[in-house]
Design a protein. Structure first.
Length: 286
């Protein structure tokens, strides 16, 4: 894979000491899903997937929850989720995956102004533009502006619904570096990722009166994908479980950065969770 340096549009905000947060509530996709899809659809196949996760072990937010055990962590991540099902969505075994907007609308939580709301979305939305055959497309020709608007809408909904005040927005990771994106599409997909991250940051910064910060997971993933050997993995050996949801996997998953064609292996999630924990502790003085 051609080595590219990404200057992420969503840079890590300067550390800001705020009043202690209460719960952590996440709205997200398969990189965060801790078995939510599996409970409704029986997908992905378990085993070889681990307890319904889209990986062979816990996802990153589960490590954050373990490390911040004084704080309740509510995980509404759903594999295949976009920002809004109004323009595209995913289905597994006939079950429609809720996008972030739909997660906020249909999955009630006792949210307050003291909670931290994490939004981590964009992979599926952009992959749907590059690989529309993999999703249910509602709005033909939907674009980055539709995605950015939906993310902004989700923040405003949480403010209206729970008087939410503390937001941590993760930018879109470099999804184009996963095997699901063909080599001939990678440059276009990279451009879409950078455009979405820049546009989303610009739109969200228009919302006044809240503590809204950006977590640069794009740079985290680029660094890890550039140096997978740092955690004993490789990108050269391809996905352990090509495609998604298949029942057959390789015999040495602990050596593959790509668990399947879309998702990282368990050790990468652990590294992400440890990195995210340190960042959250720094930002919120935990």
């Amino acid at each position: 894979m051609k080595s590219l340096t990404i200057i992420s549009a969503l840079c890590v905000a300067a550390a800001t000491s705020v009043s202690a947060i209460d719960k952590i509530i996440a709205y997200a996709d398969s990189f965060t899903d801790n078995g939510n899809d599996y409970k409704h659809s029986g997908f992905p196949a378990t085993p070889p997937y681990w307890k319904g996760r889209f990986s062979n072990g816990p996802t990153w937010l589960e490590y954050v929850a373990d490390n911040l055990n004084d704080h309740e962590v509510i995980n509404y991540g759903h594999g295949g989720a976009p920002a809004d099902n109004a323009y595209m969505y995913s289905q597994f075994n006939g079950w429609t995956v809720p996008g972030v907007i739909q997660q906020i609308e249909t999955l009630p939580v006792d949210g307050t102004s003291e909670d931290l709301y994490i939004i981590s979305i964009g992979y599926n939305d952009l992959n749907g533009i590059v690989n529309p055959d993999q999703y249910k497309i509602v709005k033909e020709g939907y674009d980055v502006k539709d995605i950015s608007n939906a993310i902004s809408k989700s923040v405003k909904m949480l403010i209206e619904k729970y008087e939410a005040n503390h937001f941590l927005i993760q930018n879109c990771p470099p999804f184009w570096r996963w095997p699901v994106v063909k080599d001939e599409d990678k440059e276009r997909a990279r451009g879409l990722q950078l455009e979405l991250n820049a546009m989303t940051k610009k739109e969200l910064e228009k919302i006044d009166g809240i503590d809204l910060q950006f977590q640069d997971i794009s740079s985290f993933w680029n660094d890890l994908l550039d140096h997978p050997e740092s955690i004993g993995l490789s990108t050269e050996n391809g996905p352990c479980n090509p495609g998604i949801g298949n029942k057959d996997a390789c015999d040495d998953p602990e050596k593959h950065m790509y668990w399947d064609s879309y998702h990282p292996e368990a050790k990468a999630h652990k590294a992400w969770g440890e990195w995210a924990t340190k960042d959250i502790k720094r930002r919120y003085d935990l």
